[in-house]
Design a binder for this molecule. Structure first.
Ligand SMILES: NC(=O)c1ccc[n+]([C@@H]2O[C@H](COP(=O)([O-])OP(=O)(O)OC[C@H]3O[C@@H](n4cnc5c(N)ncnc54)[C@H](OP(=O)(O)O)[C@@H]3O)[C@@H](O)[C@H]2O)c1
Length: 345
């Protein structure tokens, strides 16, 4: 069995890791940490877990956590994550960080949108955890920078097409819509029920912190710098991200080749589903699952491709992909414990 601890187990991403790990056949949950709920039963923080997870939350103490864990998930706010990773690194345990702290190869890119990087020396031991694309790097890394939720919904669709030069990379426009759990459990005015419910708004237009992450991995795929237009929106639903992505097709990029490219790139990858033209992605089809659904239409008179992707931000966009990465790092079949059946309604 793999002994696993979740640091920040009481937030939405941490709670989703716990929920999924309960059904993982090779995992033993050893420690769940929280600052404000330390000493309380986990099932008192999340009453849905009564009789399912009856562990007490504890304060983070690196030597105790290291001693009791083979794998450590960090589901903390950025900055606190790298401080925590720094205190654990010497114990040589595998760390999967859900914050942005280990997503970039270069600390300066991180610092351009987040904060001063407090552990740049650890970046050479980390790799970006987009499971379907970077399997080999993930299998060898000690630290995983688990991708952001919006970038996951965008990169899985675009990387194969950019690698095959089927779209003009300078024409990419991304319009993403996220449910409110994307903002975390911590109280804030924009996510207050009356502020978010029955409204639909764009925010951080063309200045969201996920833009450099999207651009870094698209640029790698294109082997040249790529700049995208990215507009996120807040939708009054709990979970889910729907991204609509527009790009002009190159001469090679006709509908048939787009489909062939996506199908062949994800041929052996269970969690990326290429949709038929008649049934486009919908956040409800992937709710609480690790699937990323990708659909598309070609607007023939403009030679424009319109891609539509759907993920659950808390699963493929956070906890599910993190567990997929744990499976890859430990040599377990990558779908283990996260291949639950989607809801029909
Ligand atoms: N929500 C998503 O859809 C999503 C998707 C992808 C990635 N992420 C990333 O995952 C990480 C967690 O996000 P979240 O949405 O789960 O946030 P959240 O709901 O606000 O949870 C934050 C967690 O961090 C803990 N924490 C906060 N400040 C702390 C401190 N000073 N000392 C110790 N623990 C502290 C909280 O513990 P207590 O409150 O119990 O003390 C809680 O468990 C973030 O880096 C986020 O960017 C989130």
């Amino acid at each position: 069995m793999i002994n696993v601890s979740v640091i920040g187990a009481t937030g939405y991403a941490g709670a989703e890791i716990v929920r999924l790990l309960v059904n993982h056949p090779h995992v033993n949950i050893t420690c769940l940490t929280s600052k404000q709920y330390s000493g309380m039963n986990y099932s008192d923080v999340y009453p849905s877990m009564r009789g399912v997870v009856d562990i007490k939350c504890q304060e983070f103490e690196p030597d105790i956590i290291a001693e009791k864990s083979d794998i450590i998930f960090l589901a903390l706010p950025h900055k606190l994550s790298m401080e925590t990773a720094k205190s654990l690194f010497k114990y040589k345990k595998k760390i999967i960080d859900l914050s942005a702290d280990f997503r970039f190869k270069n600390a300066l890119t991180y610092e351009s949108v987040y904060d001063r990087h407090l552990a740049p020396e650890l970046l050479e031991h980390s790799t970006y955890g987009l499971s379907e694309v970077f399997f080999n790097n993930i299998s060898k890394a000690q630290i995983i920078g688990n991708p952001g939720c919006y970038p996951t919904s965008v990169l899985l669709a675009l990387i194969p097409l950019i690698k095959e030069k089927l779209i003009h990379s300078e024409t990419i426009i991304i319009d993403s819509k996220s449910g409110v759990s994307g903002a975390g459990r911590e109280l804030s005015l924009p996510t207050h029920f009356c502020e978010a419910n029955e409204g639909f708004k764009a925010y951080k237009v063309a200045e969201h912190r996920h833009i450099p992450e999207i651009e870094e991995y698209l640029s790698d795929a294109a082997e040249k710098p790529i700049h995208v237009t990215f507009v996120p929106h807040l939708v009054p639903m709990n979970r889910g991200i729907l991204s609509t992505i527009y790009a002009d097709l190159t001469d090679h990029g006709r509908a048939k080749t787009i489909r062939e490219c996506l199908l062949s790139f994800y041929e052996s990858k269970k969690f990326v589903r290429i949709c038929s033209e008649s049934i486009l992605p919908n956040t409800s089809y992937v709710k609480a699952t690790n699937y990323c659904d990708i659909g598309f239409k070609v607007e023939a008179r403009k030679s424009r491709l319109i891609l539509i992707t759907a993920i659950d931000n808390l699963v493929k966009g956070a906890a599910g992909q993190a567990i997929q990465n744990m499976n890859i790092m430990t040599g377990i079949e990558e779908t283990t414990g996260i291949d639950n059946c989607p809801f029909s309604v």
